[in-house]
Design a binder for this molecule. Sequence first.
Ligand SMILES: Nc1nc2c(ncn2[C@@H]2O[C@H](COP(=O)(O)OP(=O)(O)OP(=O)(O)O)[C@@H](O)[C@H]2O)c(=O)[nH]1
Ligand code: SF4
Ligand SMILES: [Mg+2]
Length: 410
Amino acid sequence: MQNTPKGMKVHIGIFGKRNVGKSSILNALTKQDISIVSPTAGTTTDPVEKSMELLPLGPVVFVDTAGIDDEGALGLQRVEKTKKVIDRIDLAIVACDSQGFDEFEELLIKEFETRKTAFIVVVNKTDEGEISTEKLEKIKDYEVEIVYTSALLKNGIDDLKQAIIKNVPEEFFTDTSIASDLIPAGETAVLVVPIDLEAPKGRLILPQVQTIRDLLDNDSIAIVTKERELKKTLDNLKTPPALVITDSQAFLKVAADVPKNIKLTSFSILFARFKGELNEFVKGTLAIEDLKSGDKILVCESCTHHAIGDDIGRVKIPRWITQYTGKKLEFVHYAGHDFPENIKDYALIIHCGACMTNRREVLSRILKAQQANVPMTNYGLTIAYSLGIFERALEAFPSAKLIYDEIKNK
Ligand SMILES: Nc1nc2c(ncn2[C@@H]2O[C@H](COP(=O)(O)OP(=O)(O)OP(=O)(O)O)[C@@H](O)[C@H]2O)c(=O)[nH]1
Ligand code: SF4
Ligand SMILES: [Mg+2]
């Protein structure tokens, strides 16, 4: 989080009338007492800003605001400040209670619509009573996503997180680079691409092509080789590459051929952060240690036709995990946009690299897994772990490595 410039973080503002529970919602979302809460209307007087990690979305800045219905001269000044917050947010949460909307929220929403700011509505204090159908219909006219919460009882907070992930503007999901942040301009990455029976005829697969393009856009140098020519490629280089990136399936051979002073990872691990959340997946991978015979493992592939080879998720990963753990495990496969409801039944979720889907979908799955307390990881990390090269494969990612070390040392 510390490395993400503030300007790159999603800014989420909470708006609404006084006393509807804006500060309480923020505190419930962040599980911290960031904003002062009290029964006195007008408790929050100036915008309260807090940078934090909202898992699995990543770094966000929350901005709590003063009630938009504040009165008097001082109140009007506060309302002006609240309006200024709209200038710097990427997603707005409009909070109300069972009293629903009146002219204050309508004005606020007009402002969001004019500025094309995404917004969602939270009906809070559900523990105090339901909102009337008539009032709800008025909100539904905006064709907006509505979430019901009780910030007091912490109900609906997970639904609110899902709604945030669903409504955060697309650019925040695609701004992450694949590898270029690891290879400074002018430096080299060696990409290892096996051309075996599983490789599609006459072309490279999407993660490889996207990685090359990402490096070129950054003025980094990409050298592509098969695993057989890797040693020679490295010998020919005057300066060692900043990173070697391999297809996961050639991991063992590549790990043997790349000198220890050169960092090594896989396309799939790069995609764990590009399309998912690397740190969460690292924690998830370590749950392999806790697997017991009879456990069910959910294997998710984001597209029905696996471009890398049909058997990676169905044959190789089950084989490698079984060999590593020595346990009798049951593997259940899901493909495409299908994701089971009953994820609590699983001891682990292993996701593919998700090259054909968007990050939003993977993050939404990570959140569901967190809510069900089921560890989740991806193909590349699972393969590296089962083959005993996990630590090495994380060397390029200090914060992920730190998490690994912390858990291991416990
Ligand atoms: N019953 C109930 N009370 C809540 C809920 N959320 C907040 N409250 C209470 O409502 C009061 C106002 O909560 P705040 O979070 O301060 O509301 P706010 O919208 O930030 O208020 P201002 O800062 O004054 O604009 C407090 O007494 C909270 O404890 C809820 O879900 N249910
Ligand atoms: S989306 Fe997943 S299953 Fe499909 S090609 Fe990419 S990594 Fe393989
Ligand atoms: Mg407040």
